[in-house]
Design a protein around this ligand. Sequence first.
Ligand SMILES: Nc1ncnc2c1ncn2[C@@H]1O[C@H](COP(=O)(O)OP(=O)(O)OP(=O)(O)O)[C@@H](O)[C@H]1O
Ligand SMILES: [Mg+2]
Length: 375
Amino acid sequence: MSSKIKDILMWDESLFRNPEVFDLSYIPEVFKFRDNEIEAISHNVKPLIKGDLPTNTIILGPTGTGKTTSVKLLFREINEVSNEVIPVYINCQFHYREFSIMSQIFRGIFGYPPVETGKPLTTLYEYTMGELQKKGKRLLVALDDVDFLFHVNIAESILYKILRAHEIFPGVKTGIIGIVTDNAFSFKVSEKIRTVFMPNEVHFKPYSQSTISEILRYRCDIGLYPGVMDNDVLDKISEITFDRGDLRLGIRAIKEAGMLAELGSRKKITTEDVEKAIERISSSLHVENVFDGLSKTDKKVLKVIAENSGKFTKANDFFNILADEMSYELFRKATTKLENLKIVDIQRAQSRGRGKQNLIHLRVPKEAILEIIKE
Ligand SMILES: Nc1ncnc2c1ncn2[C@@H]1O[C@H](COP(=O)(O)OP(=O)(O)OP(=O)(O)O)[C@@H](O)[C@H]1O
Ligand SMILES: [Mg+2]
């Protein structure tokens, strides 16, 4: 069926023909502008496909430049061309304990997560690498946002465990792709990684405004009905997206602006829709980016903090509301995770003693959190 006829049949006053293309987890079918970078990473990985040790890679670049997407696409290709190489993608924002990372690798190799038996990390490690050795398969681990592992001081240990597995399990071949988002600390982090292993560096440069515009136009073409997004409105979005330096803002702004236009029963998105949309999502974008990676417990804790921020700041006051549902240890873990994700600040008590307590402050508007939790 031609897409025009499909459009007629499907038209239901909605401006979206595929709303999911504006979701942050959506992986676009057409992914241009990163061929050189993906090729460079492929060259590093190739020996592993052939049965040798690969060159390890570190990917560096500003936020929203396609680093994560490129690796996910490459992993998809690897799965198609090889049964021998097991690619495992791990986001270290959410998995920043050695046990948790090793569990992800276990899952990649076995196809199911390890049963929780309280066995120590070394046992899990032996099972995992032992299975790799037994199957005669090779392992490629992508550690996204690997800088998180340096914050919690487990980076060296886990990198060595993966890269030197062959010392304990002869014949096992492993490789790493580390991904670091450029920020004030990334230089230091990449220096540290260099001392652990000598990776080949692949840099993802920021997109130009015209590239951003082309990427966003393509999203509109597949996600919206024809005529909904005029070029001058899209130019406005591209300009703001370029200035703010995060492609995600543009992608989400199109969806939000489309919904505002629908609410106003307009068949086209206007510049005012865009301006309003950008104002609304700027604050929530960060929460949205990390929200899917939160556990149920993390979300419960976050909800209580958001609902009561402004009323009190003492950690214990938040905990008291949750005391029936979780232990203090779980609560503490969740707040530490939210701190690492830059959603809350924890002001730690300088000394122990009566009345000395940690204070928790939200770093994002509480409305942004309550809205996303409601969804
Ligand atoms: N070349 C491209 N073509 C189409 N979409 C793209 C392109 N580059 C990035 N995107 C989109 O932009 C968003 C951000 O991309 P991605 O998550 O890969 O960035 P990143 O470099 O990993 O960012 P961060 O450093 O913040 O983790 C995603 O929705 C992705 O689909
Ligand atoms: Mg990323």
